[in-house]
Each structure stands twice: as C-alpha cells, then as structure tokens.
Design a protein around this ligand. Structure first.
Ligand SMILES: [Zn+2]
Length: 409
C-alpha cells in the first residue's frame, strides 16, 4: 500500500475534503478505512487524533503506521440508521464505505483549531526554554481533556516560569509568521533545529519566525496572534527535570474563567478581596488550629471530671460518649484504669456513624484483648492492641455492644 497523502501538511485550515477509499475493513464496532489522501491528523508525536465525520460516519480514531493513515469509523446505532431520511443513505452507511468510491470527510474544526493553538504555543514555550536555558523537550502530550504537558530536561523556578510565560505571550502579541516546510537535504544540514529524535527521510521543519525552528509533523496556526493566550498553569519536578502544564487559546480562557469563579467564591466566603483571598484562607486555618487546641484542652478537663464521677466501687466500667478527640478518649481510659481494677472501656461516636473504642485493663490485670476479640468475632469490629489496651472501631448499636461484652464488664 502506498503512503497516504497528508492534506493537513499543506493546509492546516481546510476542514472538508474528498478522497478515494483504498481499503475498508469491517470490525466489531465499525470499519477501519484507508484513503488515498486525508485531512485527518492521526495520533502522533504525543498529540491526540482529529475527530470528525467520514462518509457520513463518526471518526473515533486515526492512526498512522509506516506512512499509512487508518481511520476508525463507528457503526451508527440501529435507531439512528432507522430514523434516516429514507433515501437509502443510512443503509449505505451501514454497509460501510466501499473500496474505490469517493467519500467526503469533515474534520471537527473547533477541536483541530484548539490543537493548532496549543501545539504552536508549545513550540514557543519549548523554543524559548531551549534558547535561554538549553533545555530539550523530552515529552509532549496534547489531548482535549487534560492540560497540555511538556517534559523538559531541566528545572525552572516560579519566577523563571513567570518570565517565560510573559515572553511567550509577547511572541503572541508580535503576531509573527509560523511556517512549515520540507527543506532540501543541503539546506536541512545547514539548519539548526530542535528535534526529539534523530530523523531520517524528509524532515518537516516548523519555524516560529525569530523564535524557534523544530522538526514537527502536526498542524500549526499561520501566525502567533491566533494563539491568543499562552498560560503556564503549573510545573512539577520530575526525575530528569520538570513537567510543565500549559493551556493556550480558548482552553486557556476557559481554564481562567473556571479558576476565577473559584477565587470569587473563596473571596466571598472569607470576606476578603480576591487579591487577598489567600490571606483569608490562611487566617481561617490558623483559627481552626487554635480552636482544635482549645477543644482538646477542654475535653481533657472534661474527661478528668467525668472520670471523677464514676463510682469508685465499680470493678469494671463501660461508657458510651458522643464524638470526642482521640487523645482525650485515651486519657479518659487511662484515668479510669488507674481507679478501677477491671476492664475500662470508652466508646465514642454515634449509633449512625459507629463507635471508636478504647478499652484498658485496670490494676486487676485482666486481658483487654479478650474484649477486642469478642467485638471482632461478633460485631465485625476492627482493631486490636496489647493486653493492657486495645483500640478500634465498630459499627453497631450500643445495646448490641453491651450484650457482646456482658461477660467481661
Ligand atoms: Zn509542532
């Protein structure tokens, strides 16, 4: 089979085309179709494939192998075929595109253009990083659902990333040309360009004028102004450098709008200006930590008072309390075991949410593990510990727990 002619190579802006079917293979879910030429960009170089419609059928995947581009077409649902206009077109589609016939393809333009914006934006970001820091792009991922990721073999701090983002957007504002070409061998040899792998055969060079030249097979915008906006969202350290998350064009705007709504809400909740919302959150966290410390102190005092009130003559003690701080609960049991000879258990929680328990052994040296064994065996409790103290959780009613432990308490 001869290589598919890549119509997107010559014109990234065309969305509709006609082509002849070279092969059409029926599969479980539809057809795998090869054409003599196509506008559908396949999954390649980390970029997800174009989608659209071919011969009236949805294109769900496009793959390239040894220069041959295969389109995966989806078999229409039975209802939609039946609901067609009665001209027989649906029946024809249901049979799949026949070899030798001419078909029409339409690429989803919004998705394609968004990919062009994001891809060209990536060239600018990677190109500037290479120019200023000598970093190489070692990985790239562009798909519609997650931010674009760019992996490089070096690390930049926040300040450097901010400067990079600014400069990249300056390139957008300058609205410089982006051109793609297959230069002749001798020109290629004399040209400096970025490339992920050592390429053989015809090399397609993409140049962002005055900024970067890189070997690349994907569609790009004609002028940088069409990118609109380049945003660096985040960067994470990786083993060999960093992964940068970027978004360009409309996707960058949508992301900003979403985050802006979150910031507006935080500003409203904290009664702080948007510019000072972080201060508001920090203040709440500090306040929360102080309240927690205060609550723990109060609970410690409370359990001391409660332990005092338990009649001293009781050998064993089994108490049910509302939700309490885990440390206070342990302190409570320690105070009880110091004053009572038998087992001392405190269950904190509610019947709906379940109980967290701490059971200690008093001066009589009874084995607290027996209590945990009974709870695990009869009420599917979790937890364990030492003969002196066991801890765990159980989802059961107070009545059932008391009954289960009635032999020990
Ligand atoms: Zn590219």
């Amino acid at each position: 089979m001869i290589e598919t002619i890549k119509l997107y190579d010559e014109d990234a802006y065309a969305a509709e085309f006609t082509a002849r079917v070279v092969s059409s293979e029926e599969t479980k879910s539809g057809w795998n179709v090869v054409l003599d030429r196509t506008l559908f960009f396949p999954e390649e170089g980390g970029q997800s494939p174009d989608s659209g419609v071919l011969a009236g059928l949805r294109v769900t995947d496009v793959q390239i192998r040894k220069g041959i581009i295969t389109h995966t077409l989806e078999r229409p649902a039975v209802e939609s075929a039946g609901a067609a206009d009665g001209t027989g077109r649906a029946a024809q589609s249901a049979a799949g595109p026949a070899v030798g016939t001419e078909v029409t393809g339409v690429v989803d333009w919004d998705k394609r253009f968004s990919n062009m914006q994001n891809h060209t934006g990536e060239h600018i970001i990677s190109g500037l990083m290479h120019k200023h820091y000598g970093f190489d792009n070692v990985g790239f991922r562009l798909s519609p659902r997650t931010p674009v990721t760019v992996d490089v073999n070096g690390f930049l701090d926040e300040e450097q990333l901010e400067a990079l983002e600014k400069e990249a957007n300056e390139v957008v504002r300058r609205n410089v040309n982006v051109r793609a070409e297959y230069p002749p061998e001798e020109v290629l040899k004399a040209t400096e360009y970025r490339s992920k792998i050592e390429l053989t055969g015809a090399v397609r060079l993409v140049t962002v004028e005055g900024v970067d030249t890189c070997a690349c097979c994907a569609p790009h915008v004609r002028r940088t102004g069409e990118i609109g906006l380049i945003r660096i969202l985040d960067a994470q350290k990786t083993g060999g450098g960093m992964r940068i998350f970027i978004l360009c064009g409309e996707r960058a705007l949508e992301d900003l709008q979403k985050k802006s709504a979150v910031l507006r809400e935080i500003s409203r909740l904290t009664s702080k200006k948007q510019e000072e919302a972080d201060e508001g959150v920090r203040h709440l966290l500090e306040e929360n930590a102080a309240l927690k410390a205060q609550a723990a102190e109060i609970q410690a005092e409370l359990v001391a008072l409660k332990a005092e009130r338990v009649p001293k003559e009781l050998r064993s003690v089994l108490l049910f309390e509302g939700p309490m701080d885990p440390k206070a609960q342990r302190d409570y049991v320690n105070l009880l075991t110091a004053a009572h000879e038998g087992l001392c258990g405190v269950f904190s929680g509610t019947e709906e949410a379940g109980y967290r328990f701490v059971i200690g052994s008093g001066t009589g040296k009874e084995n607290a593990k027996e209590a945990a064994d009974l709870l695990r065996g009869n009420l599917s409790a979790r937890g364990g510990g030492s003969p002196q103290m066991v801890q765990g959780s159980v989802e059961a009613e107070e009545r059932a727990i008391r009954e289960c432990l009635s032999g020990l308490f």
